[in-house]
Design a binder for this molecule. Structure first.
Ligand code: NAD
Ligand code: DAU
Length: 342
């Protein structure tokens, strides 16, 4: 039996679909708090078909974790607060879930004899890098709240490996795109705004660089790490699909046949990391091979939102609209149509 924490979120739900399609695992339990970012819509069909079991619970609450984790062989932890812009508004849930939650989950996994665990972390823990790529041996230098909390969570996992012999490893993935991504994140925000003929808010100059990985490539890496990763092992997961935010926006507008006049350059995110890049040799040495190049990852992601309007209309809820107003309204009213926000 495997427990997928955060399995109703973006990557977690894709991982559940991946497990069902590619493995023979008999019992899958999803433990998720269902914050604003989690939705049963993301796992609707396996839930309805009885292929998975769902438990609503919080990884930072011992009783929730204890009752769910009993009789479990494996744990994959996706549960986290994951959005940098929200961390700028309120750091508390980031500290609570990403640090304390990771610690409670790791302790419970060790105490309950869990045999394998993957803790899903991020390339952002290294901080930004203008040239070259980060190797796992380098020190962590997170530059803002979300990655600082993720770095804290990693330490809790490694402590349980050392203190209790927990067989856990950690993956550090780059920027994911694909189905079921909350519309607060860049690609689904840009695509759904374009479909609604609303402006696309580009932070600063739009020249920041991200390595865009299709979520299914991330899922296959996580599965390999679960099967073959070393206890205490650290595994970067990157795909060499780098592009600037502006390139992605232009690509989206072109694919959707929408005008470039929808682009708006707005005041930058505070502490915005310019570029991340990781060396994934170690992950590839475990036998992992990503399948999506940049265009394939972008196009299949864009097309999914075009085909699944029911999903994103639901996700662009009242909560989302309030958040959007808070973060974007003033900046959009001062926005420019070239690289220099007014
Ligand atoms: P997400 O925000 O879409 O989903 C997070 C899920 O965790 C949601 O279903 C939410 O309800 C649940 N959750 C939040 N707090 C919880 C708690 N206390 N207890 C139980 N469940 C809780 O995030 P995502 O983009 O799918 O990211 C998943 C994981 O992968 C995170 O740990 C993130 O740091 C990491 N990661 C994300 C990316 C990316 O590009 N999105 C890249 C690398 C790593
Ligand atoms: O690198 C891995 C990380 O990637 C994960 O750990 C995070 O959970 C995930 O959210 C993602 O972080 P980013 O901050 O890179 O993702 P986001 O989608 O928020 O932004 C991607 C880029 O687009 C970033 O440079 C900021 C920019 N952006 C984003 C938004 C939401 C804009 O220009 N405008 C926007 O409105």
């Amino acid at each position: 039996m495997i427990i997928v924490t955060g399995g109703a979120g973006f990557i977690g739900s894709n991982y559940v679909h991946y497990l069902l399609a590619s493995t023979n695992i008999e019992r899958i339990v999803v433990l998720d708090k269902l914050t604003y970012a989690g939705s049963l819509d993301n796992i609707r069909s396996p839930l309805t078909n009885g292929q998975i079991e769902f438990i609503q619970g919080d990884i930072s609450v011992e009783e929730d974790v204890e009752s769910a984790i009993r009789h479990c062989d494996a744990v994959v932890n996706f549960a986290a607060e994951s959005h940098n812009d929200r961390a700028l508004l309120d750091p508390s849930p980031f500290i609570e879930t990403n640090v304390k939650g990771a610690g409670i989950l790791a302790y419970a996994a060790a105490q309950n004899g869990v045999k394998r665990m993957v803790h899903v972390s991020t390339d952002e823990v290294y901080g930004e890098i203008r040239e070259g790529s980060f190797h796992e041996s380098l020190a962590l230098r997170p530059r803002s709240t979300y990655p600082a909390a993720k770095a804290g969570g990693e330490m809790m996992i490694l402590a349980a490996v050392e203190s209790f012999g927990l067989e856990a490893c950690i993956t550090r993935g780059v920027n994911n795109i694909g189905p079921y991504q909350h519309p607060e994140k860049a690609l689904p925000l840009f695509v759904t705004n374009a479909l609604l003929d609303m402006p696309l808010p580009i932070y600063g100059t739009g020249q920041q660089v991200r390595d865009r990985m299709h979520v299914l490539d991330h899922c296959s890496a996580i599965q390999i790490a679960l099967e073959r990763g070393e206890p205490g092992g650290l595994y970067n997961v990157g795909v060499d699909n780098e592009c600037t935010n502006e390139y992605m926006v232009d690509h989206i507008l072109q694919r959707l046949n929408k005008p470039k006049s929808l682009k708006r350059y707005i005041e930058d995110r505070t502490g915005h990391d310019f570029r991340y890049s990781v060396d994934s040799t170690r992950m590839r040495e475990l036998g992992w091979e990503p399948q999506y190049d940049l265009n394939a990852a972008l196009n299949s992601s864009i097309d999914w939102y075009v085909k699944n309007e029911w999903w994103w209309r639901e996700a662009r809820s009242e909560e989302f609209e309030n958040y959007y107003k808070e973060v974007y309204q003033d900046r959009l009213s001062q926005a420019g149509q070239d690289h220099t926000p007014a």
